[in-house]
Write a protein that binds this ligand. Structure first.
Ligand SMILES: CC(C)(COP(=O)(O)OP(=O)(O)OC[C@H]1O[C@@H](n2cnc3c(N)ncnc32)[C@H](O)[C@@H]1OP(=O)(O)O)[C@@H](O)C(=O)NCCC(=O)NCCS
Length: 175
């Protein structure tokens, strides 16, 4: 399997949404109830700001979309276009942690190193813009990946904007 990567474009949006839908439905099953998975759709998904900022990566496996994920120099910590409370305020690399955002792997390519690879691109890009730290809000399905990549856990929170409380974990890493 040959993995290649590039920045996502606006014309990738439909394919990205389909990939995210499959990842949310399938890869969270081991971690959340059906009700929590349905509820998590309100607080997960595509944030097109990342595509417009040129900070959203796609990994392809032999030409097929295998995964996506990005980072941000803006304040929003998590959520998709449909989520309330997003903030486009720019962060200060000397004081603030860059955000790791919207990591998804297609179930067909899970546990093949796609997520870890995208995370490394994000960390490298944030570092090259002067950020010293990265922060994220992990789903329960995402936590093992971030832990394996050296992230530390902070507070656990519950987000019930989708109707059922979904557990999340704030995590960070020094670059
Ligand atoms: C989280 C997610 C992106 C991980 O993607 P992935 O491409 O399968 O991850 P990788 O193959 O790079 O995993 C790297 C390491 O992370 C850990 N890991 C990843 N998924 C794991 C799982 N389900 N259970 C246990 N460990 C896991 C392992 O240590 C793994 O290394 P190994 O396979 O050699 O043991 C994917 O599961 C996903 O799309 N989940 C649903 C959406 C989601 O919750 N995204 C996170 C938002 S914060």
């Amino acid at each position: 399997m040959t993995l290649t990567h590039r920045l996502a474009r606006r014309d990738d949006v439909d394919a990205l949404k389909a990939l995210m839908d499959a990842a949310i439905s399938e890869l969270q099953k081991a971690f959340l109830s059906e009700g929590q998975i349905a509820s998590s759709r309100a607080i997960m998904g595509l944030d097109t700001q990342l595509i417009d900022d040129g900070t959203y990566f796609i990994v392809e496996a032999d030409g097929n979309l295998a995964g996506c994920g990005g980072w941000s120099r803006r304040a929003t910590l998590y959520g998709g276009d449909q989520s309330s409370g997003r903030s486009a305020v720019l962060l200060d690399p000397s004081m603030d942690a860059a955000r790791i955002r919207a990591m998804y792997t297609h179930p067909r390519y899970a546990r093949k190193g796609v997520g870890r690879l995208i995370l490394s691109f994000c960390e490298e890009a944030a570092r090259s813009e002067g950020f010293k730290k990265v922060e994220l809000m992990a789903t329960m399905a995402g936590e093992p990946l971030y832990r394996a990549a050296g992230y530390e856990s902070h507070e656990r929170v519950f987000d019930d904007r989708g109707g059922v409380a979904v557990p999340l974990l704030r995590m960070s890493k020094s670059l």
